[in-house]
Design a protein around this ligand. Structure first.
Ligand SMILES: Nc1ncnc2c1ncn2[C@@H]1O[C@H](COP(=O)(O)OP(=O)(O)OP(=O)(O)O)[C@@H](O)[C@H]1O
Ligand SMILES: [Mg+2]
Length: 1029
């Protein structure tokens, strides 16, 4: 077991609620132990380890920790990996058994009501659920499970301490085959408390089965058995005055028992005989005696006796005789000696106890037969020992003596096994065994069981010796023999102080668990457990097969007295210890949390008492003696290697060397640890805790580091992947791009080549070589042109120079464009302006580029007239009205002779021009006679109007000066339709003065404008130069 010690789970969980393993307590004091138990109990953690031993505290409430899910959790899991649980122990025992193919036993101890039977049932259920199974095995399994209700009905009873108290010791072997199937079972029973059949203390009951039968049995059955459905009717059921209790449902339990009997294959005969025995005991209890005149016992009522004889199948008279007389065999004749009433009752009760006790054993045997595995292949077993713990009552009797003796034996067994296991491990590991200080209780075991000198021997002697041996003579003998034994005291032997605590009929044993005072009353009787021979003979011939079987085994002809109860018990214990010594031990120590069976109550005093009586401290000390912790080098290294740079992350050398380095690095002192062959041994838990704390911290750091590294690694990986992907995409993309580029280039080269060739041939006629180029040139020119068209009509410079191919087209386009612009412009012109412009066009046609002051005249608007009709003399008007006046303008007229300037009005009508001075028309020039008009090219305003000379009415050419020369001449040319008649001349103008007489008007430029008659008789006109823009 030690070898499998694995405390990691416990270590990791140590701070959760108390400490999961007492071995790891820093202080091994009772106070620390109890406080740890209490802390855990308050959180419903009822299990705590001492190494592989489980301490269990009865919670007195249902905890949700026994379900299938929990079973699964504990299945196949290392002992210390999970919180302590009875399943962990069951599972480890099972797996060790399978792997090591050896036998195991689980010792469940504790005082009455501490939970032993519950624990054993839980283990059995665990195996039933978790072991592999076949249909065949299932029936065995069911039988094993079902043996419990039957044995509990017959062997359990309500006591003051426990409503379902087991009144017998039970050892059950569960047999497994090599596959781990539960294939069979076997039960050994110890020391049934038979006295309960005939007597119960106040508040206690007889064995459950009696009540179950009376309460639950069918009417038919009760009639057959002669029973009344009233527990109060039976003396054996009512002494405790609590036949009916609310916590027990006898009716239901009866059903379970009947069902269980079927499962364990009890046939009808057996079942019926079994119930007959039970009923016979009830009837026996109601057999009462009356004294006769001499005080001898007389049977009062034959009905009950008849029922007993009927149920047991014995002769009623013989029975009657057996109950009231003792048969003394003297030589050849038999003498009947009548009993006193007390004696008769004693015999009656003895018979009841004997029948019931034997039937119980028979029942166990039958169950064993039913669970027996007949296959002879080798089996391994796990034994479950549910045995009474130390008992200390106010008055302790023979039963307590036996029970406490049993506990002494088991304690001895435990010490031997534990020490042996420890010692063996030390030896195996080559570590020097350090003697462990512990109390060896062999001295007490010897005190009880030693041949000839032990208490049992003395008791037997007293029982067997002739003469009137009594309980008190037995006490005397004890005092004689044990007088100075350190563990034995009586009233007489005690010192003054102790004597006060002892009665005269008491003896006190100083058990390993504490002192217990026994009252000797009843010791001899209980030890003898005698059944008189005539009664014995009677039951031997019983027609009830069970009874017959039970008693015929006892050889009645053998005159030697049968073994006493104590000796039988001693021998069975001896056998049990021998059997257990050959097995590996597992322990469950059950503690009762309080006396009142209440959940959530932790009675410290009661717990302290049990901790002491169960020898928990002793156990802890043995487990802690020497070294508290040991681990295989590999495992130790595996867990703690991160703590030392030399061993982290890998230790390549021998594990032991690695651990040594680790220990040195951690600063273990030489006394604190030992290096075994395969394991390191650590003396104190605190050393381990320090290591574990360091480990936790380091684990944390390490985890962060690992996490960071892992994250880094992951991110890096991711990045690498992404980068690779990106590169790949990039490569593909670039490839695609390059291919595209290449294509583009090839295309470009082709295009450029073509372009160049076309460019070279651009002047040629359209051919395949240049057609595209030309088209392109055209298109591109047109596109450019579109965006660069002149915006106004006047803009003549903006037109883009066309390529050769488009010269013509460009010109057409240009014109078109201008026309368009002009059209647009013209369309936008108002009629007045249009008329004006039309006139200006005429002006332009006549003068543009010819007369110097023409350009500055352009912007000056032409008016309709310069003289309104109101300004014209009315006479003149009346004279020319019919001709329609078109235009009038003031002028200066130069005389033909002398060139005297005279201001005149010039009026243009439809047909002629009139020169008017006030009311006189000085001259009328019909347009028909208008030969021509001359003006100079300079900036003067002189106009020579040439008139046909043949006309006698005409006085020669007319010289006038007009401020509005262009306006006047334009109007005149339009009205008279004489555009072509106007001449622009340079130098001088010849004029006709009279017919045949000429003169000249000479034009020149000068500083000041002047008009005068020159010396040569010519009219001299000086004009200033007009600066052209
Ligand atoms: N693990 C448990 N969970 C809940 N209740 C429990 C547990 N163990 C014991 N009990 C309660 O305690 C009662 C007594 O338990 P049990 O009969 O097992 O005691 P015992 O130790 O066998 O006593 P005895 O020596 O008298 O036979 C049970 O009937 C049950 O009510
Ligand atoms: Mg029990």
């Amino acid at each position: 077991m030690q070898g499998r010690l694995d405390m990691e789970g416990a270590l990791t969980a140590r701070d959760r609620v108390g400490i999961q393993d007492f071995v790891l307590l820093d202080e091994t004091t009772e106070v620390a132990v109890i406080s740890n138990l209490k802390k855990r109990f308050s959180k419903d953690l009822i299990y705590t380890y001492i190494g592989t031993l489980i301490v269990s505290v009865n919670p007195y409430k249902d905890l949700d920790i026994y379900n299938k899910k929990q079973m699964d959790v504990y299945m196949g899991v290392n002992f210390f990996e999970l919180p302590p649980h009875i399943y962990a122990l069951a599972d480890n025992a099972y797996h060790t058994m399978l792997t090591e193919f050896n036998n195991h036993f689980i010792l469940i101890s504790g005082e009455s009501g501490a939970g032993k039977t519950e624990a054993s049932k839980k283990i059995l259920q665990y195996y039933a659920v978790s072991c592999p199974s076949t249909t065949l095995m299932n029936t065995v399994r069911d039988k094993m499970l079902m043996s419990n209700p039957v044995l509990e009905a017959f062997g359990n009873a309500k006591t003051l301490k426990n409503d379902n108290s087991s009144r017998f010791g039970k050892y059950m072997d569960i047999q497994f085959d090599s596959q781990g199937d539960a294939v069979g079972g076997h039960i050994l029973n110890y020391l049934l408390e038979k006295s309960r059949v005939v007597h119960q203390n106040h508040g206690e009951r007889n064995f459950h089965v009696f009540y179950q039968l009376v309460e639950g049995g069918s009417d038919d059955l009760l009639t057959q058995l002669g029973l009344e459905r009233d527990v109060q009717h039976y003396y054996y059921l009512t002494q405790g005055e609590c036949a009916i209790v609310s916590s027990i449902n006898d009716k239901n339990d009866w059903k379970s028992v009947k069902n269980a009997l079927q499962v364990i294959e009890f046939d009808e005969t057996n079942t019926s005989h079994l119930f007959r025995v039970v009923a016979s005991v009830l009837h026996l209890g109601n057999v009462h005696f009356d004294p006769d005149s001499k005080g001898h016992a007389l049977l009062k009522n034959n009905t009950e006796l008849n029922w007993v004889s009927d149920l047991l199948g014995v002769d009623a008279n013989n029975l009657k005789e057996g109950l009231t007389f003792r048969k003394i065999e003297a030589k050849t004749e038999q003498v009947l000696s009548p009993f006193t009433i007390d004696h008769a009752i004693y015999v009656r009760d003895a018979l009841a106890k004997a029948i019931y006790g034997q039937t119980f054993t028979w029942l166990v045997n039958r169950i064993n037969e039913s669970m027996e595995n007949k296959d002879s292949s080798r089996k391994t077993v796990i034994g479950l020992l549910d045995i009474y713990g130390f008992e200390v009552f106010y008055v302790n009797s023979f039963e307590q003596f036996c029970i406490n003796y049993c506990n002494e034996k088991l304690q001895q067994l435990f010490i031997q096994l534990t020490l042996k296991a420890e010692q063996e491990e030390y030896e195996a590991e080559g570590i020097e065994w350090e003697p462990v200080q512990f109390f060896n209780n062999k001295i007490i075991c010897d005190l009880v069981e030693e041949k000839h000198r032990g208490i049992i021997s003395i008791l037997d002697e007293e029982c067997l010796r002739p003469g009137d041996a009594t309980d008190l003579t037995f006490l005397d003998r004890l005092e004689e023999k044990m007088g100075n034994h350190p563990h034995f005291v009586t009233h007489r032997l005690a010192d003054k102080m102790t004597r006060k605590t002892l009665e005269r009929g008491d003896f006190r044993l100083l058990h390993y668990a504490g002192e217990v005072t026994y009252c000797v009353v009843g010791f001899l009787d209980k030890n003898n457990d005698l059944l008189y021979r005539n009664i014995k003979n009677l039951v031997c011939q019983s027609k009830n097969t069970i009874v017959r079987e039970c008693f015929s085994a006892v050889d009645t002809t053998n005159k030697r007295r049968p073994e006493t109860v104590a000796t039988q018990f001693k021998n069975s214990l001896q056998k049990l210890t021998e059997m257990l010594m050959a097995k590996e031990a597992w322990y469950i120590r059950c503690l009762k949390s309080n006396e009142s069976k209440q959940p959530g109550q932790f009675d410290e005093a009661l717990i302290r008492h049990q901790v002491k009586y169960l020898g928990l401290m002793e156990h802890l000390r043995v487990r802690r003696a020497g070294f508290a912790y040991r681990r295989k080098y590999e495992d130790f290294l595996k867990r703690y290697k991160p703590l030392c740079p030399a061993t982290w992350p890998h230790w390549r050398g021998m594990p032991a060397d690695g651990v040594e380095l680790l220990a040195l690095h951690l600063g273990y002192l030489p006394d604190e640890y030992k290096m075994g062959r395969t394991k390191i041994f650590i003396r104190h838990p605190r050393t381990l805790y320090a290591t574990e704390d360091a480990y936790e911290k380091c684990k944390h750091d390490l985890a962060s580091k690992l996490q960071a590294k892992y994250k880094g690694y992951k991110v890096k990986g991711e990045f690498k992947k992404q980068k690779e992907a990106a590169t790949k995409i990039e490569t593909c993309w670039r490839g695609a791009q390059a291919r595209k580029e290449k294509e583009k280039r090839a295309w470009a080269v082709k295009v450029i080549k073509k372009f160049i060739k076309a460019y070279i041939n651009r002047g040629e006629a359209k051919s395949t070589d240049n057609s595209e180029y030309l088209a392109f040139v055209r298109q591109s020119y047109l596109n450019r042109l579109k965006n660069n068209l002149p915006k106004t009509v006047l803009d003549k410079t903006t037109w883009l120079t066309p390529p050769a191919v488009l010269t013509e087209a460009s010109e057409i386009l240009r014109k078109l464009h201008y026309r368009l612009m002009v059209r647009k412009y013209v369309r936008g012109i108002p009629p007045q302006k249009k008329a004006q412009l039309q006139m200006k066009v005429v002006t332009s046609a006549i003068f543009k580029g010819k007369k110097e002051n023409y350009p500055p005249s352009i912007p000056q608007l032409f008016l309709d007239t310069r003289i309104s009709e109101q300004e014209i003399n009315i006479r003149v008007l009346s004279m020319i009205r019919n001709e329609q006046i078109k235009y009038s303008v003031p002028v200066i007229k130069y005389d033909r002779n002398g060139f005297k300037p005279r201001p005149r009005q010039l009026i243009l009508t439809k047909t002629a021009a009139y020169l008017v001075e006030e009311a006189k028309i000085k001259q009328r020039v019909s347009y028909n006679s208008l030969q021509g008009i001359s003006v100079s090219n300079l900036s003067d305003g002189i106009i020579a109007i040439h008139i046909t000379c043949e006309d006698p009415k005409q006085k020669g050419d007319l010289i006038i000066q007009c401020e509005h020369l262009y306006e006047f001449l334009t109007k005149l040319s339009i009205i008279a339709n004489k555009q072509d008649a106007i001449k622009v001349v340079q130098g001088s103008i010849k004029i006709q003065i009279q017919s045949g007489k000429e003169n000249s008007v000479d034009f020149t430029t000068g500083q000041e404008p002047m008009v005068y008659k020159a010396k040569n008789g010519h009219l001299m006109v000086v004009a200033t130069r007009t600066r052209t823009r």
